[in-house]
Design a protein around this ligand. Sequence first.
Ligand code: ADP
Ligand code: MG
Length: 330
Amino acid sequence: ESAVNRIAAGEVIERPASAVKELVENALDAGARRITVDIADGGKTLIRVTDDGHGIAPMQMPLAVSRHATSKIDGSDLTNIHSFGFRGEALASLGAVGRLTLTSRTAGEEATSLTVTGGALGVCKPAALSSGTVMELRDLFYATPARLKFLRTDRAEMQAISDVIKRLAMAEPFVGFTLRDVSADAARVTFRADPQTGDLFDALHGRLATVLGKDFAENALPIDAERDGIGLTGYAALPTYSRGAAVAQFLFVNGRPVRDKLLLGALRGAYHDFLSRDRHPVAALFIDCPPELVDVNVHPAKSEVRFREPGMVRGLIVSALRHALANAGH
Ligand code: ADP
Ligand code: MG
C-alpha cells in the first residue's frame, strides 16, 4: 500500500516546484489573501507555505492527508470545477514522498498540528498559530533516492519554483505572494507581489508590472475579444519586447495557469510575420470558456488542456492579437 502510494505520488509530485504548486493552489482554494513560500536548498530540504485562509478544522486534519479525500467537490459534477484542487491527492502524495507537517487553525477552534512521514500519520497535537495554515514539507523524496537523483541544482529547482509562483501570482492579482530563499547560506526575498486593488483589468496590469516589469506593462497592448462564447482578455507585448527564451508566455484557461502546445502555437502564429524563429513573444492571456467546451483534467501534474473546438480557440487568439498588432502599426 505504501509502495503503491509512493509510486502514484511520484507521478503527481515530480519535483519541488510541483509540490509548491499543489500547496499554493490549496492556499488559494482556502481563500488566502496573503501567501508566503519559504524554500531551502531548492526545496529539497524545506518547502513551507503559510497562508491566511480559512484553515482546517482539527477533526478534518487526518482526512485532509488521506488519498481521494477532498472537501471541494462532491464528485457529481466534474465539468464545473471552480477550485484548483478536486482530486484530493496532493497532501496524501506529499505525505508519502516527504515529511509533511500541517499546522492549521479555523475560526473558533484551537490550532492543531499533524505530521505525516512516508505515508504514516502521526497524532494530532495542539499547536500555536493565530489563524490560517502552515504546510511544511521536509526532505522531499528522502524515501525515493532514485527520484532525488534526477533533481537539478538548487538554483534550477528554485527557478522552477519561482516560475510556478509567478504564474499563480498572475492568475490571482488580488492575492499577495512572497517567495523567500531561507537556505542557511542565503536568506532573502526572491519575489514579492503585493495584493492589487481596483477592477480585474487594473489589478492584472499592476501585477504584470511586478512580474514582467514596468516597461512591459506600460507598453503592452490590451486584448479583449470574444467569439462563440469564448472570451480572450489580457495583454500582449509589441514584437520589440520579445525575448530570446520562451519564459514570458502566461496562458490561463478559466483561471488556471496552463502550458499548452495548441495555445503556445497560436501565440507564435499571431506574431509569425514579426518575429524571427529565435525570438519569443511576451503575453499574458486569459481564456474564458464554458466548462463543457474544455477539459482541464488531462493529467494532474501537467498543465495541458483539451478543447472541444481547438480551431476556434486558435482562430480567436490569432485574429485578436493580429488585430491589436495592426492597430499598433504592425
Ligand atoms: P484537493 O485540493 O484536491 O481537495 P489536497 O490533497 O490538495 O486535495 O487537499 C486535501 C484537503 O485538505 C482539501 O480538500 C482541503 O479541505 C484541505 N486543505 C489543504 N490545504 C489547505 C489549506 N492551505 N487551507 C485549508 N484547507 C486545506
Ligand atoms: Mg489541492
